[in-house]
Ligand binder design. Sequence first.
Ligand SMILES: Cc1cc2nc3c(=O)[nH]c(=O)nc-3n(C[C@H](O)[C@H](O)[C@H](O)COP(=O)(O)OP(=O)(O)OC[C@H]3O[C@@H](n4cnc5c(N)ncnc54)[C@H](O)[C@@H]3O)c2cc1C
Length: 323
Amino acid sequence: MHWLKGLKARVRFKEPLNIHTTLHIGGPADVWVEPGDFEGLREVVCRCIKKQLPYLVIGRGSNILVSDDGFRGIVICLSSPVFSATEVKGTRLICGGGLALNKLIRQAQKRGLGGLEFLAGIPASVAGAVAMNAGNRNRAIGSLVESVTAMDRKGKVRLLKKNQLKFGYRRSNLNRYIVLKVQLGLVRRSPKKISENIAANLAQKRRTQDLASKSAGCIFKNPFAIRHPRHSRLPRNMHGGQGLTAGEMIEACGLKRRRRGGAEISAKHANYIVNRNGAKAGDVLYLINLAQRQVKKKFGVLLEPEIRVIGNNPKNREPFSSR
Ligand SMILES: Cc1cc2nc3c(=O)[nH]c(=O)nc-3n(C[C@H](O)[C@H](O)[C@H](O)COP(=O)(O)OP(=O)(O)OC[C@H]3O[C@@H](n4cnc5c(N)ncnc54)[C@H](O)[C@@H]3O)c2cc1C
């Protein structure tokens, strides 16, 4: 493809996307691009726009289900070290979007900066975590974000201040951008205390979630948290679905361990669908649909997927998966 010549980027064709997702599912992307620096990224975006080719940025692939047909377009990944640089100014930490969230937490710890411990164990990139507003039942990363440097759809780099950022339950207004850098407001805390907090959070996560299997984390959003994104701690009986979590409703439908092909609704946490053995995206979509139908029938609640479906089939595709 001559239009890709001279790019400051690593380019691969027909790249299997299963190796770039935590579910280990997905067909090939037409083109896989790892820009070498910011200019390389801008050039890729501008060329895609000029050629009117769909493009998509992914992080660690921990919240996506890629179609078995793959993606007809360009997948961009910010894997180059320039996208992972960090800088500290007092209690502010500015970090590249490509950095792994767990590395960020450890770097903050070394510098005596706390506040990120509740995110321990989430296998995300910083950009993916901010774009998805990742978090736990009580807090999400958006509450720490002071500003974001992002590239818009025209390849222009913009500084988005706090009042321009919108965070909701597992969503943000950043999907129209490519997140490059994030400024976080943290607090002074001793590395020992941070270490204890991380260990407690990890232990809780390991106890309740199926971290040993291939998955994309929780498949569905919790209905009570969607209605009250800032008040997910309201008494559960104030919400729909009899106040149950998505996992509890799926479990109540007797769907734990239900299999389709190589995919299975986890026996440990019913909101996890795990890839037991060579699962296809179609197997996962079948189980998603089954859980939605049964929960709707039993509880009158339509579960909304938290994961993003990537592909070119308009039936399965999320509007934000390609531009
Ligand atoms: C075992 C496991 C446990 C998990 N636990 C949690 C949890 O406790 N809490 C939680 O919230 N989530 C959890 N997740 C889900 C997932 O880790 C988060 O949603 C995470 O934020 C996704 O980050 P990522 O870098 O992997 O993004 P990806 O999955 O690669 O992408 C997710 C979305 O972000 C967009 N995106 C990625 N990079 C950028 C960028 N640079 N600019 C703009 N948009 C971008 C993508 O286009 C896509 O729409 C878990 C997942 C797993 C596998």
